[in-house]
Design a protein around this ligand. Structure first.
Ligand code: NDP
Length: 405
């Protein structure tokens, strides 16, 4: 019989100081009998990391940007004297693959999370995957590594978590989706803050407006992705990879209330949906406790107060990112890595105020047309494609800025 203390799961949180990281710690903190924080990481927000270490007293803290290590060192020693400080990419990979760790929350934003997420996969961990960009970039290689290592990947993106919850148990446990009467997957999207805006009005959107999501509180990059609907495009690619389905089996539906988090449509006409208030602690708690369920701190959904649930088709004229992501998914090869890299560059430029909101999709489209997209066979190939796409994005930005400026 397993004693309670033996059953406590040791967790590394990559990207602990971000929106997903903080929600993860909130859920973990509610269940000290089940979970213990083994390691935490941040990029450069030293004070936030120190405060988390003071509360959770982890074995390791990692600061990814080595320039901040000196600043962190003394503060960490005072707040959490038994915590060992690690730095840089090697520190991230160490806490992702440490033999003492059971579960890795992969919540670094963007391509920066690729190596540490892959390290967790190679080490056969239970990987709670928030860092969708890693899967979008590395696609087939990522899933091959899961097969080889026996890692368990549980999706944290609310949509994929919802789909996972609506799948038969045998598929949840690694069975293929093919023979289980599944007709299609329906990914819901809130439509973001500009759902009803004209293209002309979207040209003058500011970073602050784009980051003010109507339903979810998230980091800045994913908030902009939600506003362009590129987030839904990345999620389409993520769903193809996670559930081994083609893009034609995925329908995207706008659902402004963000109560139905996604659905699975079965051959017999049944459509299973997962619903709940829009709060990431629900999918995080599900991932942490799967196959059990635990309190997440999220208030119960009150359908009467919520009122009408609306659904509509997305408008790909006003939100071209959806079209671009779908065609990257259909093209296969390295197209998804190109899409992701170009989008990361474009979003960063938009947040700096260098390009207009509508320039994001324009730039991604130009890079997709210009970049070679052969299937990357190794992680280094993926990084090469990523680097090339970023170079192209920067070049196009200089050319286009004459017009945008
Ligand atoms: P945030 O921007 O809020 O947090 C990002 C985290 O990653 C922070 O801890 C940040 O550290 C760290 N980080 C940033 N850059 C680097 C780097 N170069 N190297 C190492 N660490 C780095 O992002 P979110 O929490 O919103 O999103 C995290 C991931 O989860 C993304 O992939 C996103 O798509 C996905 N996701 C997020 C959802 C949400 O509701 N927020 C929903 C579904 C998926 P620091 O604080 O020091 O900058």
């Amino acid at each position: 019989m397993i004693s309670v203390s033996e059953a406590i799961r040791q967790i590394s949180v990559l990207g602990a100081t971000g929106s997903i990281g903080c929600s993860t710690l909130d859920v973990i903190g509610r269940h000290p009998d089940r979970f213990s924080v083994y390691a935490l990481s941040a990029n450069n927000r030293v004070d936030a990391l120190v405060e988390q270490c003071r509360v959770y007293q982890p074995a390791y803290a990692v600061i990814a940007d080595e320039d901040y290590a000196d600043n962190l060192s003394d503060k960490l020693a005072a707040a959490s004297p038994n915590t060992t400080l690690l730095t840089g990419p090697s520190g991230l990979e160490q806490i992702a693959s440490d033999p003492n760790v059971d579960v890795v929350m992969a919540a670094i934003v963007g391509a920066a999370g690729l190596d540490s997420t892959m390290a967790a996969v190679h080490a056969g961990k239970t990987v709670l995957l928030a860092n969708k960009e890693a899967l979008v970039m590395a696609g087939a290689l990522f899933m091959q590594a899961v097969e080889i290592s026996g890692a368990t990947v549980l999706p944290i993106d609310s949509e994929h978590n919802a789909i996972f919850q609506c799948l038969p148990e045998v598929v949840q446990n690694g069975g293929k989706i093919g023979s289980h009467g599944i007709r299609k997957i329906i990914l819901t999207a809130s439509g973001g803050p500009f759902r009803d805006w004209s293209l002309a009005d979207m040209r003058s959107v500011t970073p602050e407006q784009a980051c003010a999501h109507p339903n979810w509180s998230m980091g800045r990059k994913i908030s902009v992705d939600s506003a362009t609907l590129m987030n839904k495009g990345l999620e389409l690619i993520e769903a193809c990879r996670l559930f081994t389905v083609g893009p034609e089996q995925i329908e995207i539906v706008i659902h402004p209330q963000s109560v139905v988090h996604s659905m699975v449509d079965y051959d017999d006409g049944s459509v299973l949906a997962q619903m709940g208030n829009p709060d990431m602690r629900t999918p995080i708690a599900y991932g942490l406790a799967w196959p059990q369920r635990i309190d997440s701190g999220v208030t119960a959904l009150d359908l009467v107060t919520t009122g009408a649930l609306e659904f509509e088709a997305p408008d790909i004229q006003r939100f071209p990112s959806l079209r671009l992501a779908r065609s990257a998914a259909e093209a296969g090869g390295g197209a998804s890595a190109v899409l992701n890299a170009a989008n990361e560059e474009a979003v960063a430029s938009f947040l700096r105020g260098d390009i207009p909101f509508t320039g994001i999709a324009e730039l991604v489209e130009s890079v997709l047309e210009a970049a070679p997209a052969a299937e990357p066979l190794t992680l280094n190939d993926v990084k090469e494609v990523d680097g090339l796409a970023r170079d192209l994005a920067r070049e196009f930005m200089i050319q286009k800025n004459c017009r945008w400026g």
